[in-house]
Design a protein around this ligand. Sequence first.
Ligand code: AMP
Ligand code: MN
Ligand code: MN
Ligand code: MN
Length: 277
Amino acid sequence: MSENYDLHCHSTASDGALSPTEVVQRAHEHGVTSLALTDHDTTTGLSEAQAAAAATGIQLIPGIELSTSWQNKCLHIVGLGINPEHPQLAEATRNLHLMRIERAEKMADKLEKKRIPGALEAVKKAAGDGMITRTHFADFLLSQNHVSTQQEAFDRYLGDGKPAYVSASWTDMIQGINWIAEAGGIAVLAHPSRYKLTASWMKRLLTAFKEAGGQGIEVITGRTNADEIRLMAGYATRFELAGSVGSDFHSPANQWVELGRLAPLPKGIKPVWELLS
Ligand code: AMP
Ligand code: MN
Ligand code: MN
Ligand code: MN
């Protein structure tokens, strides 16, 4: 059987709809042979995913998606092949868990001022022991009919500068790359086309990313088009970064993004999995 990598997805440990076991099983059903579970700022889903992968016969690459900040921008850095028990990373994720609870409290206060009560209880219940994210708020707003799509929830309430937006003190990008490296992982810039950076910002970013020890860039994601793939492959070549492939799957409800449904890496791009031992 040919190898099929999906190196970016989410479970109920953060804002995914499926449990780690369900994510692994669904990945297997969709032909994935190597899966990285990369929940937002947490590794708590990995042990369950590891057990499910062993039972299913697919390879599980332990991962994380760190929310980081660089030059006042929020950038996501995927760590692949990390040791989830590494003390520094483990302490960081515990702090991020608390930080996300405090941020959720502030967001709920802001919604209450907009005469939308009950958000905090709802998002805490939905997130359980996992990370509370804006996705949980979007689902709450949707369930209460304040909006009719997730996108509308971000456009009207949750997006940067909108009434319920609370800026968070995310991990400094350089720090995040260091944590990943110290935990034995490979740092990969997630979904680079989503930041809407100009070419000159992209160059500045990749220079800093590379200098800090970053080694990969997502060339293929669940929703990249041919132009974006060409552009990101160009950056990978120019900055000597390995190319990663990840759907960023969150939920079966999103029909546009599926586990393992990914374009191949363009020829000449070094696959990031060659760096994983
Ligand atoms: P947070 O890390 O709590 O700020 O939440 C960010 C998450 O919200 C992302 O990982 C996405 O899953 C989701 N998200 C961000 N923007 C949008 C959007 N416009 N539509 C739907 N989901 C979004
Ligand atoms: Mn998410
Ligand atoms: Mn992301
Ligand atoms: Mn993601």
